[in-house]
Write a protein that binds this ligand. Structure first.
Ligand SMILES: Cc1cc2nc3c(=O)[nH]c(=O)nc-3n(C[C@H](O)[C@H](O)[C@H](O)COP(=O)(O)OP(=O)(O)OC[C@H]3O[C@@H](n4cnc5c(N)ncnc54)[C@H](O)[C@@H]3O)c2cc1C
Length: 389
């Protein structure tokens, strides 16, 4: 079986590796001439790290990552702890795989190495123009006129997916009115012990700030989300450090210290789409943000793409009929990805509430959690306990 993966992001590379491990001959087409970008971290819940461990990447992954002790949400106004979920060994014991934080470029590089070692072809600087299909095969045409044939094609080409447009024509993604500041700060630019070893969320009215370690604790990744009308979307749109500092002036000292140490912050406008009722046509399907773009407020976009990769390869392994297998993959994934999209949107509102409502919301969550034997952790079982085949 031959597959073409359109897009060499986390989703495309994870799917390439999962398919290659099950004997599929894979070509990845990535429009960028180089892989890897500056200044972005990713958190990967046990639902995603389990898949990467199964693909044989556990040791390299752990070597590049940081495992936080807990996830904590605090009020930016008075630093009060609103919610704590133990991670570290507790997460591993409960959900069977670690909760890890990585630099996105490190994850992409280790997937790229593994994909090449598994015998996949990766063509950088290869921009897909259109796809044609008949009952027996797909033809993928590149912007330089080259045509490639395969048994199936997967659009893993991100939130602005051209493959999605070609299949379903559902227009451009919607700007959410939120802009994320992102950056990675080397640890030696911050006072020792200043940044706790947790996934920290500071919630404030109309904005929030997230920070956590990557690279074994050698650097701190941050994401600062503000509500603003600005619509560029890129991994590498440089922002003005003074503007970042102004956005979080008066916030807790650790937030201000990280902003002050961020000499090259990037800006990323957040876009969203309503869920699709289906994302497969014949021998072409979608995966990752192309199929179900995720707002970052549950830290699950890349994780969902990695889960997709495992399910897709599972469905194709035993497939007698490719279109049927692609449809089965889509059906396996629709309800879960829709639920995660909805939960991410809910958090967007929760993190930006005025202080009084925020207190009330977290108080109610705390009371509900205290009634459950496993407390807060139980609330995440559906998310982190999911076992992709
Ligand atoms: C601020 C922020 C924080 C986030 N934090 C987290 C987190 O903590 N945890 C998490 O799991 N997720 C997180 N995410 C989400 C995560 O980054 C995305 O969901 C994930 O990267 C999607 O991967 P993908 O492979 O589907 O798409 P992408 O990473 O967008 O990759 C698509 C690729 O396709 C290529 N491409 C596009 N068009 C073509 C074409 N025509 N031909 C060839 N190639 C093409 C692009 O160049 C790109 O390389 C965050 C996102 C943001 C914005």
């Amino acid at each position: 079986m031959r597959a073409i993966l359109i897009g060499g992001g986390i989703g495309g590379l994870a799917a390439a590796l999962a398919l290659a491990r099950r004997g599929v001959s894979v070509t990845v087409l990535e429009r960028s001439p180089v892989l890897g970008e500056a200044g972005a971290g990713l958190q990967l819940g046990p639902n995603a790290t389990r898949v990467l461990f199964d693909l044989g990447l556990g040791e390299t992954l752990v070597a590049k990552a940081f495992a936080p002790e807990a996830a904590e949400i605090r009020a930016a106004t008075d630093q009060r702890l609103l919610l704590r979920n133990a991670l570290g060994t507790t997460a591993e014991a409960r959900w069977g795989a670690p909760y890890l934080q990585l630099h996105r470029a490190d994850l992409q590089a280790l997937l790229h190495d593994a994909v090449l070692a598994a015998g996949c072809a990766v063509r950088l600087g290869a921009s897909v123009l259109r796809i044609e299909q008949d009952t027996d095969r797909v033809r993928v045409i590149l912007s330089d006129g080259t045509a490639l044939e395969a048994d199936l094609a997967v659009g893993a080409d991100g939130v602005r997916s051209g493959v999605r447009q070609a299949l379903f024509g559902d227009g451009a993604p919607r700007f959410t009115g939120q802009v994320a500041w992102r950056g990675v700060v080397p640890i030696d630019r911050l006072a020792p012990g200043m940044v706790p070893p947790v996934a920290a969320v500071w919630a404030g009215r109309g904005r929030h700030f997230v920070h956590y370690y990557v690279r074994g604790g050698q650097a701190v990744n941050f994401v600062g989300v503000v509500e603003r009308d600005w619509r560029e979307e890129s991994w590498t749109e440089p922002g003005d450090p003074a503007e970042l500092q102004a956005d979080f002036a008066g916030w807790p000292p650790v937030v201000r210290a990280i902003c002050a140490a961020a000499t090259t912050p990037f800006r990323w406008a957040l876009f969203d789409r309503p869920p699709l009722p289906a994302w497969t046509k014949g021998r072409v399907t979608l995966l990752g943000d192309a199929a179900h773009p995720m707002l970052p407020f549950l830290a699950q976009g890349a994780a969902m793409a990695i889960e997709d990769a495992a399910v897709l390869s599972h469905r194709l392994e035993a497939a007698a009929d490719v279109p049927q297998a692609l449809k089965a993959y889509e059906q396996d994934r629709l309800a879960r990805t829709r639920r995660v999209q909805a939960a991410s949107r809910f958090n967007a509102r929760l993190f930006h509430l005025p202080p009084v409502l925020e207190r009330a919301a977290f108080l109610a969550a705390g009371v509900a959690d205290s009634l459950h034997p496993a407390g807060t952790a139980a609330r995440f079982d559906w998310l982190y306990g999911y076992k992709a085949p």
